[in-house]
Write a new protein. Structure first.
Length: 244
């Protein structure tokens, strides 16, 4: 090992990286791949820290500006809620219901599909049965689409500009927003849950097909979490009527 290390040579790239490319017999490429991964991780951490501190700096500058111009009441969230349109909150809830649910479904299909495709190389019999996991993941996106259609039909213009109708419109808009957020987040968590369990089911089925049915029961209960989120969202949006 000492001889191999002594025969290695290090070359420094022109760009300012902290890591060097080590070329030696029997593992130099692996070392360079590990160093490249470390550099990518460091760059991601630097970008996240830069974004975080930039946001904090902007909040401080805006706060100082509002304080010096006698607009300190804008720090209260009530100012923001009153000066935003209820249609924005309602449509935002509809968008979150479908978009976040689709992200959860895609994430779950990505996790499960990779395991099915990889495991089918050595065990082709897992290709058909484990498509159930893909269907469960896709059902999460269907939940989001259904709720988005239901909530979208509740968005209507005001009858008039009276205080009662405006108050009812804001109430309905917030109900639709939080209902859509509930559907989206529950769909996201459900998609990841079903994806991970489905991945384990595919790999287990490749080794021992007799265990597949038992793991499928766990996957069914995991997919039920998304249905619970849909039920909660329906309860939240039942009384949402913008033109009442």
């Amino acid at each position: 090992r000492k001889k191999n290390l002594s025969s290695c040579h290090t070359t420094w790239p022109a760009i300012q990286f902290r890591f060097s490319k080590v070329v030696c017999k029997g593992g130099g490429e692996k070392i360079w791949a590990a160093l490249t991964a470390n550099m990518a991780t460091s760059a991601l951490k630097y970008a996240c820290n830069y974004f975080f501190y930039t946001v904090i700096f902007l909040f401080i500058v805006i706060g100082i500006y509002w304080t010096l111009n006698d607009q300190g009441e804008r720090f209260a969230p009530g100012w923001f809620l009153v000066n935003t349109s209820p249609f924005m909150w309602a449509n935002l809830g509809v968008g979150l219901a479908i978009s976040v649910s689709v992200v959860g479904a895609a994430w779950g299909i990505f996790i499960t599909g990779a395991s099915i495709v990889g495991g089918a190389v050595k065990a082709p019999h897992i290709r058909t049965k484990n498509l159930v996991s893909i269907i469960f993941c896709e059902a999460v996106a269907i939940y989001g689409i259904i709720m988005a259609i239901v909530m979208g039909n509740k968005i209507r213009p005001f009858k008039d500009d009276s205080m009662d109708h405006v108050r009812q419109a804001y109430y309905a808009a917030y109900c639709l927003f939080w209902g859509g957020l509930t559907t989206g987040l529950s769909g996201l968590v459900t998609g990841i849950c079903v994806g991970i369990v489905g991945s384990g089911a595919a790999l287990t089925d490749a080794q021992n097909p007799n265990v597949f049915v038992k793991i499928l029961i766990v996957e069914i209960f995991g997919s039920a979490v998304g249905l619970f989120g849909v039920i909660i969202s329906i309860i939240q949006t039942t009384s949402a009527d913008m033109d009442k």
